[in-house]
Design a binder for this molecule. Structure first.
Ligand SMILES: N[C@@H](CCC(=O)N[C@@H](CS)C(=O)NCC(=O)O)C(=O)O
Length: 217
């Protein structure tokens, strides 16, 4: 049985969404955010203190895009995964990693320096610069998504990776600046049944523990 350690709407949503797309059985372990501070014993199983942590028998992954890639390759060849001999293989890998390295990382600076730090440590200039940085890079998807519904010729783990970056953008209130085809793509992704099931699964697991999403007012 796969075990996923997760915090509400954090990057570990990528493997959670993938597990729902795949219809695999899994155990969801919800943690308070940040676990490094609020659940110290978590450091014993993941010294990084970060989520996700995905355990599959002896196998262990702590990178959300790698979790998505692993699950797709292992459980969904030629469907959620793109194989080496398919024309979209390079695009698939590129967008899978673009979702985390290029689209998610800059937003974590926006989140941190607008909301997570105590008021005296907040830095509007950093938050503003990285919001612009993110939006400029996101705009590069507009021509592709004006022509096709997904990043590759079908829905894949790359859409889950980029989709999570769009979910985070909504949380940090940058979605109002999405270009038209990107906005339509984000709507399309949210309509997927597995996306809805993943949202429901995290909510159901969080409620009994009294865990709530960060309030970014
Ligand atoms: N590149 C990693 C980043 C993992 C990461 O930094 N996760 C955040 C949550 S979105 C975290 O655990 N932050 C808490 C901390 O750094 O203590 C991934 O894609 O999974």
């Amino acid at each position: 049985m796969i075990t996923l350690y997760h915090c509400l709407s954090a990057r570990s949503f990528r493997p959670l969404w993938m597990l729902e797309e795949l219809g695999l059985p899994y155990e969801l372990k919800m943690l308070p955010f940040p676990p490094r501070m609020l659940q110290r014993d978590y450091l014993q199983i993941n010294p990084l203190g970060t989520i996700p942590l995905l355990l599959d028998g002896e196998r262990r992954l702590t990178e959300s895009a790698a979790c998505a890639q692993y699950l797709a390759a292992k459980h969904s060849p030629r469907q959620l995964n793109v194989e080496v001999d398919e024309p979209d293989f390079a695009a698939y890998l590129n967008y899978l990693h673009f979702g985390e390295a290029t689209l998610t990382f800059p937003q974590t600076l926006v989140l941190r320096y607008t909301w997570l730090e105590p008021p005296e440590r907040r830095v509007p200039q950093v938050a503003g610069d990285y919001a612009k940085w993110f939006l400029a890079r996101l705009r590069t998807l507009e021509p592709l998504l004006s022509k096709q519904p997904y990043l590759c010729s079908r829905f894949t783990a790359a859409d889950v990776s980029v989709g999570y970056a769009l979910m985070l953008a909504q949380q940090v209130k940058l979605d109002g600046e999405f270009t038209p085809a990107v906005a339509a793509y984000w709507q399309r992704l949210q309509q997927r049944e597995a996306f809805g099931r993943a949202l429901q699964a995290q909510q159901q697991a969080a409620e009994p523990l009294g865990l709530k999403r960060l309030d970014l007012a």
